[in-house]
Design a protein around this ligand. Structure first.
Ligand SMILES: Cc1cc2nc3c(=O)[nH]c(=O)nc-3n(C[C@H](O)[C@H](O)[C@H](O)COP(=O)(O)OP(=O)(O)OC[C@H]3O[C@@H](n4cnc5c(N)ncnc54)[C@H](O)[C@@H]3O)c2cc1C
Length: 396
């Protein structure tokens, strides 16, 4: 049986990032994925903000960062548009299957061993190690490692098999459905377009992420426990707009997004969990590419230390929890409150916010200027006192 320092289950952005960091540190690492091709099928709107490129030290490459974006247009239920536009590029729409292949090549170049079509069916502790069992093209395989990184996405079973409950509550899952559409018309291909409202997308939004002047990812995310499906809301949205309805659908993808906040504890003996498997998604918009890669970097760095110290205990690996909370977790907890606030808003209240908010205001609010926040809230509460109770509820 082949033995590794670390085995990663799942080669999405999280697993591939962890593989690269481990290999760079000369750790003997194996990364397994059940897919037959890295990056395929895509389950993603493919948007990634520029901040993530900087934080993750990624250089945009036209092979996978296909559409530069300079801001966002937000639409209220009655169609009021609030535009945030930057002088410079503020993010990219990716070609994610190419992006993941790029991440895989980078990891392999550093020395990671990546195996596709390797479906992990069980993981069991044996002595101080963990054994990984699965199937590759009908044949059984068995590997062992000191540490397992569970990066197997929203449906993760790996961590559960080792005793860590990663189950999502139904109420904390959003359902995403998307068409890649060609031959459509829309304004401003250098902006992402987000449409809000309880009729448009309950607890979520419709997105239009441009990929050129006449092509875009048009998708919707909604609370997963609705009677009507995400597809229903997306089809309704598209059919009400001739500029979209006239286009062709060239790719369909869908998936679940864990928006209920990340796991409080993401480690056990021999185990680190990261990415969607640990629910490390921004609860306000469902984006998880950057967060999963950031978490994977921290998890891999802690695994490197653990291998050096020959300590794979939960106590040692808990350093990952601590570093994650410090770097990102504490801020993300606040964003969960923002989501809870947003999901209570009526269409009327959404419109009142749009009426009282300019793109400039949003930037000031995002910049965290307290006096600006106070001024905005005062303005809003005079117009819509009903919002006060909802703010209080979300802060509880
Ligand atoms: C419709 C939709 C739109 C989205 N849009 C965006 C967006 O625009 N921007 C953004 O930042 N985020 C977006 N997200 C979220 C983003 O896709 C995820 O947060 C991100 O993919 C998480 O990466 P990951 O590596 O943790 O998991 P994944 O990308 O899900 O990778 C997990 C991998 O594990 C493998 N795996 C699972 N089980 C096993 C097993 N037993 N054996 C072997 N391999 C296994 C899977 O094959 C998969 O390759 C969207 C999600 C959805 C569903």
């Amino acid at each position: 049986m082949e033995n590794y320092d670390v085995i990663i289950v799942g080669c999405g952005p999280a697993g591939l990032r962890a593989a690269k960091v481990l290999a760079e540190n000369k750790i003997n690492v194996l990364a397994l994925d059940k897919k037959q091709e890295i990056g395929v099928p895509v389950r993603c709107g493919e948007g990634l903000g520029l901040g993530w490129f900087k934080r993750l030290n990624l250089k945009p490459n036209s092979a996978w960062a296909v559409q530069p974006i300079k801001g966002a247009a937000l639409y209220s239920p009655t169609g009021k548009k609030v535009e945030i536009r930057f002088e410079e590029v503020s993010g990219y729409i990716l070609e994610r299957r190419m992006f993941e292949k790029y991440l895989a090549r980078e990891a392999a170049l550093k020395g990671a061993c990546i195996k596709v079509k390797h479906h992990v069916l069980d993981v069991k502790r044996k002595g101080s190690k963990v054994e990984v069992f699965g199937k590759y093209l009908g044949d059984e395989f068995k590997y062992s490692a000191n540490i397992i990184i569970a990066a197997d996405g929203v449906d993760s079973l790996t961590a559960r098999r080792l005793g860590l409950n990663t189950t999502n509550k139904l109420v904390d899952i959003d359902s995403g459905f998307q068409y890649e559409m060609a031959g459509i018309d829309f304004e401003d291909p250098d902006l992402i377009h987000l449409y809000f409202g309880n009729e448009v997308a309950p607890r979520g939004y419709v997105w239009l992420f441009p990929k050129g002047d006449h092509e875009a990812n048009v998708g919707v995310g909604i609370a997963g426990y609705r009677e009507e499906t995400a597809k229903y809301y997306l089809d309704k949205f598209i059919s009400s707009r001739e500029s979209l309805a006239k286009g062709s659908i060239i790719h369909i993808n869908s998936g679940a997004v864990p928006v209920g906040g990340f796991l409080d504890n993401m480690v056990l003996d021999n185990l680190l969990v990261c990415g969607d498997a640990a629910h490390q998604v921004d609860p306000t918009h469902g984006g998880g590419i950057g967060l999963s890669m950031e978490a994977a970097t921290i998890a891999a760095e802690v695994a490197v230390e653990a291998i050096k110290k020959v300590d794979y205990s939960q106590k040692f690996l808990s350093r990952y929890n601590k570093l994650w909370y410090e770097k990102r977790g504490n801020a993300l907890k606040q964003r969960l409150k923002a989501r809870i606030f947003m999901e209570q808003l009526t269409d009327d209240e959404f419109d009142a916010i749009a009426d009282n908010l300019s793109g400039e205001d949003i930037l000031k609010l995002a910049g965290g200027e307290l006096s600006e926040k106070a001024k905005f809230m005062a303005r809003l509460l005079i117009k819509k006192p009903s919002i006060a109770g909802k703010i209080a509820k979300s802060l509880r």
